[in-house]
Design a protein around this ligand. Structure first.
Ligand code: GDP
Ligand code: IMO
Ligand code: MG
Length: 426
């Protein structure tokens, strides 16, 4: 039975949640497989706007079991804040399942994130300061505390106390402020108790679902070029958002996956530092930011903006085995008279054929652009391919031919129903 992965093909915030919301109707299980509350996934339903950091976007449907997989790092205060917020708005969260194998984030991870960023000075990564990197580092060092450990109340409290005392020494040595150990132990003991009904062996849960014939949707957070291995290191996150990470982060096997949907905006954005070949630092960039409301869902930070980059997208196809693309935010380009699309790179005057393996090399490339006429009219009412203005259709066709895979969905607005299924009538 089909397992679909939705993965960001750029640097995040591509509109993954809106596409997941669209696909969730046909998938009884929606599963987060990596990252943590550094994600900000927005779904707009009428007057309601849901900005989710940890809970899988499928939670909005009663028919969906939302699962937080073993690959996620979980901040319990955020999880319960989100569950309370959703419950208040009439959404049943009793179905949420959290893997016993998922690692927990603690306040010392947030302290270390802040200390490390401050120490980097000018070379800051621009992390979300949520403790993501330090939590994954603890997992790799094999000193992390997993969600399943909360079932033994006494052992859990002892582990939290021991780790907090140990980390306080490192925090103070680095010039930070020690955490109040008793407060931390008391808070997490309370949260650990509250967690019990949500805990599950999600690996077997998902395999049982597959055996029953249920379809599963795997919700990527962050994106291909923020991947710890394949992104623009060190300006990356500390997990593997690429489709391979979906197997490690859920316990499903590679052959279970049948469809991989890459999400791209009709332009490019990035939040935080790092190379960005098609970045616009002029008023055109400001226009994209203003019209596209390109401010972080989680941090409120202004996103950097630039033209669409098909060299990136071609590489994302390789890294993720993408079977199709969803192009979001087409409507943001409605007022642009000319639209540029990067179709190649040059470095020191020479054509670059492969995506550069080092960030320092990527810093040196110059984009090669194809210029297209804009459509200069409202695309937001389009519901079929043929409703789209001719120039917008030309843009989508160019993306398909440059990237080499079909576009299936085109986003023309933030609302749930603002999309076009791109297809035969194009
Ligand atoms: P995610 O992290 O990939 O899920 O994306 P975010 O939620 O962080 O950011 C995407 C933003 O664009 C959100 O505010 C969405 O409501 C909005 N959005 C998604 N698709 C479209 C679209 O097709 N058009 C417009 N105008 N906004 C969109
Ligand atoms: P969604 O799922 C965009 C960026 C941060 C920073 C880098 C490392 O909403 O697309 P971290 O806190 O993860 O250690 O920060 O990654 N970043 C994101 N950028 N969208 C996200 O998530 C992001 N999550 C992390 O800005 O540059
Ligand atoms: Mg986001």
């Amino acid at each position: 039975m089909p397992v679909t992965v939705v993965v960001g093909a750029q640097w995040g915030d591509e509109g993954k949640a809106k596409v997941i919301d669209l696909l969730a109707k046909e998938h009884p299980f929606v599963v987060r497989y990596q990252g943590g509350h550094n994600a900000g996934h927005t779904v707009v339903v009428g007057e309601e706007r849901y900005a989710l950091q940890l809970t899988p976007s499928g939670v909005l449907y009663d028919s969906v079991t939302p699962v937080i997989g073993n690959g996620v790092v979980v901040d319990l205060p955020t999880l319960f804040r989100e569950i309370d917020m959703l419950t208040e708005r009439g959404i049943d969260c009793s179905r949420v399942k959290l893997s016993t194998r998922a690692h927990l984030i603690f306040p010392w991870h947030q302290s270390h994130d802040a200390i490390a960023e401050a120490a980097r000075g000018e070379n800051k990564i621009g992390t979300t300061l949520k403790g993501i990197g330090p939590a994954y580092a603890d997992k790799a060092r094999r000193v992390g505390i997993r969600a399943g450990e909360t079932t033994d109340v006494v052992h859990f409290a002892e582990s939290v106390r021991a780790r907090c005392e140990e980390e306080n020494i490192a925090i103070v040595a680095a010039g930070g402020e020690a955490l109040d150990v008793d407060d931390v132990v008391a808070l997490f003991s309370r949260l650990g108790e509250r967690l019990q009904p949500y805990l599950a062996d999600t690996v077997n849960l998902l395999h049982d679902a597959l055996a029953e014939g249920d379809d599963i949707l795997l919700e990527g957070a962050q994106a291909t070029f923020l991947d710890l291995d394949h992104g623009t290191y060190p300006y990356v996150t500390s997990s593997n958002p690429t489709a391979g990470g979906a197997c490690a982060g859920t316990g499903l096997g590679p052959r279970d996956i049948t469809r991989v949907v890459g999400i791209t905006k009709s332009y490019t954005t990035r939040v935080g530092a790092g190379p960005f070949p098609t970045e616009l630092t002029d008023e055109l960039g400001d226009r994209i930011v203003d019209i596209g409301r390109e401010f972080g869902t989680v941090t409120g930070r202004r996103r950097r903006a630039g033209w669409l980059d098909c060299v990136m997208l071609r590489h994302a196809v390789k890294l993720n085995s993408l079977t199709e693309l969803a192009v979001t935010k087409l409507d943001v380009l409605d007022t642009f008279e000319q639209i540029r699309v990067c179709v190649g790179y040059r470095r020191h005057g020479v054509e670059v054929t492969n995506y550069p393996d080092l960030s320092t090399t990527l810093e040196e490339v110059e984009p090669v652009y194809v210029d297209l006429d804009g459509w200069c009219c409202d695309s937001t009412k389009a519901r079929t391919s043929s409703d789209l203005p001719e120039q917008a259709r030309a843009l989508i066709s160019l993306i398909e031919s440059e990237v080499g895979i079909p576009v299936r969905i085109v986003g023309v607005g933030a609302e749930r129903d603002d999309y076009v299924i791109w297809g035969d009538d194009a």
